[in-house]
Design a protein around this ligand. Structure first.
Ligand code: BGC
Ligand code: MG
Length: 576
């Protein structure tokens, strides 16, 4: 077995499992996942083979964006547990050699955060208002001198980006996502000091790193000028992300530098701690810009979403590999991910009839799509893609449920949907609830497929916060554990194969061309070949790359195998 060199840091090759706390496991039967639920399932994650957990935000929050609206950065949300439960989770995880990564939301807090309530109560020009982006309104043409918002910016989840502080206030505040998420002003020293204190507070509790949310809009042009016109036809929800006065501003880098200084100072005071910050920024196909955030005085890592959003064809996948492997050549460890809580699940989006067309996967991942879904093909492609990704250098983040092959739940009733994307667009955008449905743990059709435990009073558990489909039990962990060829089995096999054959091995500098419809990568004696063509492809086993190589792991079920052939929509690992 090849172990990573001792100078490698834990996060550089880690398999990180993303826990959407609300939907993972519910220990107290209230229909909402919680920290004790995670504690009760840690051994299952150990057997999957993960190195770390990333917990979606679990701070006190009114849950209007399920925790991405933080009301207190120094505590645990009451539905999830207490600081003591959190400490117990960190201790249980440490016993199993599992690291804990939290989610840090710097761009905005909740409009329930005491700072925002203070700002509403305070006067224009006050220090309380200086912590946010608050400006006088402009004349609305109907007689109110402050009746129109300060500029034309749009909000990322629909509607305008400005909201009046209160009904008769002459000032407005900026909310890049929704009005319940007022943007914080990181040029303000209170804000800077608070975030440095937040990092230290959780590091003191044993946290090993943070996934830093939505870094794009954190820096702003100090004068907040109007956004220039966008190209005609730009989708409403895309407009914000094209605003040059708030997206990927140079001012953002100053913020990441003070975050990094806080982490480095903490590590200097606590030798032996190995802490990291990983940035979330959707920058597909722009590795050079991504690299700017992974400079030595900014983030340790940046998520690379290129493979997640690649079309299912050789050009799409090779372009994604190419761009991200360029990062690797610059000494920046890629951070692969194929699913998360914001994106339509791979088993569904890759099964869409148009998934092989350029650009279609991006569209299907993020917005409503009407292309029909072939569930069997989607599942096979999702397994093939993760099996390719597992061979690549850098870390890999799995999103809970992908190891069970969960599809997106497309038919949630409208009145049960909770995502602000759905609510603010009046359903024009379906939103992200469909990838957040509580996990099935047991195939027996009890009320929640094992998601909720019995409450302390011995009564029946409450209904899960989002309804699970009737067929959910077929995906349950209990139905897959120990079953050869199940999704869970393929994930476990690939994580093991990754450690045995890939980690620590040099990557061949470019993707190999071994045949039409095939994408291949080589690391030392390992050759990993994905067939994205939909047809079986025979290999030239006499090719020098394959000389002496034999199969060691496969994403395809045994009955699809023929020696020397890569089955359609499958990935096979060969080793010499
Ligand atoms: C998170 C989303 C969240 C948004 C606003 C994102 O990038 O992943 O779930 O809604 O930031 O905080
Ligand atoms: Mg609960």
């Amino acid at each position: 077995m090849n172990s990573p060199s001792p100078s490698r840091r834990w996060w550089q090759d880690a398999v990180v499992y993303q826990v959407y706390v609300r939907s993972f496991a519910d220990s107290d039967g209230d229909g909402v996942g919680d920290l004790d639920g995670i504690r009760s399932r840690l051994d299952d994650l150990v057997s999957l083979g993960v190195d770390a957990l990333w917990l979606n935000p679990c701070y006190p929050s009114p849950q209007r964006d399920h925790g991405y609206d933080v009301a207190d950065y120094f505590d645990i949300h009451h539905e999830y547990g207490t600081l003591e439960t959190f400490d117990a989770l960190v201790a249980d995880a440490a016993e199993r050699n599992i690291k804990i990564v939290m989610d840090l939301v710097p761009n905005h807090c909740s409009d329930d955060h005491p700072w925002f309530l203070d700002a509403v109560a305070a006067a224009p020009g006050s220090p309380e208002r200086a912590r946010f982006w608050i400006r006088d309104g402009i004349p609305d043409g109907a007689g109110d001198p402050h009746g129109a918002p300060p500029n034309n910016w749009r909000a990322g989840f629909g509607g305008g980006a400005w909201t009046r502080m209160s009904r008769d206030d002459r000032q407005w505040y900026l909310g890049t996502f929704t009005p319940h998420q007022p943007d914080l002003n990181h040029t303000n020293t209170d804000v800077q000091q608070m975030f440095a204190a937040v990092l230290a507070f959780w590091f003191d509790r044993g946290v090993d790193g943070f996934r830093v949310d939505a870094i794009q809009p954190v820096g702003k042009h100090p004068d907040l000028p109007d956004q220039p016109p966008v190209l005609p036809g730009t989708p409403e929800l895309q407009i914000t992300w094209e605003n040059p006065h708030t997206i990927f501003r140079p001012e953002g880098h100053d913020v990441w530098r003070y975050f990094r200084r806080a982490v480095d100072a903490y590590m200097a005071r606590h030798p032996g701690r190995d802490l990291m910050l990983v940035a979330e920024a959707y920058l597909v196909g722009r590795p050079k810009l991504l690299a700017e955030f992974a400079r030595p005085d900014e983030f340790h890592q940046v998520f690379t979403f290129d493979l997640m959003l690649a079309s299912w064809n050789t050009d799409g996948i090779e372009a994604a590999l190419h761009d991200v492997l360029w990062l690797s050549e610059q000494g920046i460890d890629p951070c692969w991910t194929l699913n998360n809580h914001d994106i339509q699940r791979a088993a569904t989006r890759l099964g869409r009839a148009d998934a092989h067309l350029p650009g279609a996967v991006v569209a299907n991942a993020l917005v409503n799509s009407s292309a029909p879904v072939d569930a069997a093909i989607g599942r096979r492609r999702a397994l093939a893609l993760i099996s390719l990704a597992m061979a690549l250098p850098g870390s890999i983040y799995l999103y809970q449920g992908e190891e069970l092959g969960l599809p997106e739940v497309l038919d949630l009733p409208d009145d049960r949907r909770e995502d602000p994307v759905f609510l603010t667009t009046d359903g024009a955008e379906i939103g992200r609830d469909g990838c957040r449905v509580p996990l099935p743990w047991r195939s027996e059709p009890d009320a929640s497929f094992g998601f909720s435990d019995t409450p302390a009073d011995g009564g029946a558990p409450a209904e899960p916060w989002l309804p699970q489909p009737t067929g959910w039990g077929a995906f349950a962990r209990s139905a897959q554990v120990g079953v050869e060829g199940s999704d869970l089995d393929v994930y476990q096999t690939m994580i093991t194969a990754r450690r045995e054959h890939a980690v620590g091995q040099p990557l061949a500098t470019d993707v190999e061309h071994l045949g039409p419809g095939l994408v291949a990568v080589r690391r030392g004696g390992l050759v990993v070949i994905a067939n994205v063509s939909g047809e079986p492809v025979a290999l030239d086993m006499g090719h020098p790359t394959l000389a002496g190589a034999g199969p060691v792991a496969s994403s395809a079920p045994t009955e699809m195998h023929t020696p020397g052939v890569i089955p359609p929509d499958s990935t096979i690992w060969f080793a010499t």
